[in-house]
Design a protein around this ligand. Structure first.
Ligand SMILES: Cc1cc2nc3c(=O)[nH]c(=O)nc-3n(C[C@H](O)[C@H](O)[C@H](O)COP(=O)(O)OP(=O)(O)OC[C@H]3O[C@@H](n4cnc5c(N)ncnc54)[C@H](O)[C@@H]3O)c2cc1C
Length: 478
């Protein structure tokens, strides 16, 4: 411990004003927070959403495609509110179709500015009280109940209360402060490294894709990972992952510092625009402001060499120019709550069914390894369920967690973290909160069948329950 952190001051006790009170309070307006608030508000409850930034959308505003709508068998497995959101984006040319991809299963391109506008429109129409520039800095507890959160903002310090609170901060900020046990990273505490996304314009994306597709089989000088070259001959909107040979060449010939083994290029929705997912800062802890600052500084430093590499080595980038960075460093992994059930790699890889399934996912385990510049990818061949108990923390009775910080191991989190899945969890969390408030029961006490019934009624895809072996059924009967 440094002397700095060991030092402290004593603050005088103070009276904190209550800024607002809701039936359901959602903290964090990313993919999970958006659908949580929409679902909670759908039949008239008072719902508030607080967001520390000046816009909603979270990581959906940093130039990433939404992954997870399509399953490994090509079928659409996420519908409901996430699909409604994409439909609304499409009305403004703010989203693509769900495009099949051999590596990512399905990619849905979204335009960051349209995401901010449409998400806010939908929340406002649903009657959700959105509060921007409002950071959750603490909690108000009453025994094992969370009464609400303490916020800091231009208005000073204030309390915002809710009968049920949904933590969608991605970092489990609320759960952690409320005393829910949390874990971070792999067995060594290593977390997936963050990336500062950035955007280039003036890219000839047709030349780019055809340069991959047209290389003669057997004489290809650079390859894409897992995605056959032919794919690029048929798809105008795509993600390129690979071109490792070109990075190695750039490093040898120009001495460039590229922090990634793989070139990752995502076409934008606008002509000639691409987003680059290649900066990578090891050792950042996204729950520590000093570490985040280091990540922003280091990520920004990496951009120049990556741009030089792209312009000099990747076909189609000859006339490209840098336009902008994402509004913030993209954090892949921080805290995960320890909830009533901890999802594991085995659950994902065995395509496990759960009786309390509230959403279905299919994205593979995709871990940007904390300690080196590589990535681990493992597919299970089909879908797996997200159990409701993984959204329900231990220790605090009226809190639900949705999004990337649900109760899962480092490996399972590497699969459930994608945005369509986070939106699907959010939708379930919002309905669970609504049922909890209406029935005056804690989220752990409510009947999961009721959540599932409401999910199905609202067009959510759930799998048929798995047939139990005869022995297990007999046991149940006895
Ligand atoms: C570089 C990178 C690449 C990725 N690639 C993809 C991809 O291609 N496709 C894909 O689908 N997924 C991708 N992911 C994963 C995905 O973006 C995230 O896992 C997902 O966005 C998590 O959603 P969430 O709602 O849980 O959290 P977030 O998207 O992080 O949203 C959390 C929200 O809560 C707010 N917030 C946080 N703390 C507080 C607080 N204390 N008080 C108030 N507000 C708070 C934040 O400002 C934010 O708006 C990627 C992630 C990263 C970082």
């Amino acid at each position: 411990m440094t002397t700095e952190t060991a030092r402290s001051i004593q603050e005088p006790a103070r009276t904190t004003p209550i800024f607002a009170e809701y039936d359901v309070l959602v903290v964090g307006g990313g993919p999970a927070g958006l659908t949580s608030a929409l679902a909670a508000a759908e039949d008239g409850l008072r719902v508030g959403l607080i967001e520390s930034r000046s816009f909603v959308g979270g990581n959906m505003t940093i130039g990433l495609p939404v992954l997870g709508f399509l399953g490994q068998k090509g079928n659409q497995i996420i519908e409901g509110l996430p699909q409604k959101f994409i439909d609304r984006l499409k009305e403004r040319s703010g989203a693509s179709e769900h495009r099949p991809c051999p590596l990512h299963m399905g990619i849905t391109l979204v335009e960051p500015e349209a995401v901010k506008t449409v998400a806010l429109e939908m929340l406002t129409e649903a009657g959700v009280d959105v509060r921007f520039y409002t950071f959750c800095a603490g909690v108000v507890m009453d025994g094992d109940r969370i009464r609400g959160v303490i916020t800091e903002s231009k208005s000073g310090r204030g309390a915002i209360l809710g009968k049920v609170v949904i933590d969608c901060t991605g970092d489990a900020d609320v759960a952690y402060r409320a005393g829910v046990p949390c874990e971070k990273g792999n067995e060594n505490g290593g977390m997936q490294p963050p990336t500062l996304m950035f955007c280039l314009a003036g890219v000839d994306t047709e030349k780019l894709r055809m340069s991959i597709a047209d290389q003669p089989k057997g004489a290809r000088t650079y390859l894409t990972d897992f995605i056959p070259a032919e794919y690029f001959g048929q798809n105008h909107q795509f993600i390129i992952v690979g071109l490792r040979e070109l990075i190695a060449k750039a490093q040898t010939e120009m001495g460039l510092r590229i922090p990634n083994e793989r070139t990752i290029i995502i076409t934008g929705l606008r002509q000639g625009e691409v987003w680059i997912n290649m900066t990578r800062v090891k050792g950042v802890d996204g729950t520590d402001a000093a570490s985040l600052t280091m990540g922003e500084i280091e990520g920004r430093k990496q951009i120049d060499d990556i741009v030089t590499y792209l312009v000099n080595y990747v076909p189609g980038f000859e006339k490209a120019h840098f336009t902008k960075t994402a509004p913030f460093l993209g954090i892949r992994e921080t805290r995960r709550i320890v909830g009533q059930y901890v999802m594991t790699q085995e659950d994902v890889l065995s395509c496990r069914h759960f009786d309390d399934a509230i959403a279905v996912a299919s994205y593979p385990i995709d871990i940007h390894r904390p300690a080196d510049d590589g990535c681990t990818l493992i597919w299970c061949g089909d879908c797996y369920d997200i159990p409701y108990r993984s959204l329900i923390p231990t220790k605090v009775s009226n809190l639900i967690v949705a999004g990337r910080s649900i109760s899962a191991t480092h490996e399972a989190m590497g699969a459930i973290r994608v945005m369509a899945t986070c939106m699907a969890m959010g939708e379930a969390a919002g309905r669970a909160a609504k049922i909890s408030v209406r029935g005056n029961r804690t989220p752990a006490e409510i009947d999961v069948e009721e959540i599932r019934r409401q999910q199905l009624e609202h067009g959510v895809y759930l799998r048929e329950r798995e047939e139990k072996p005869a022995e297990a059924q007999l046991e149940k009967a006895l």
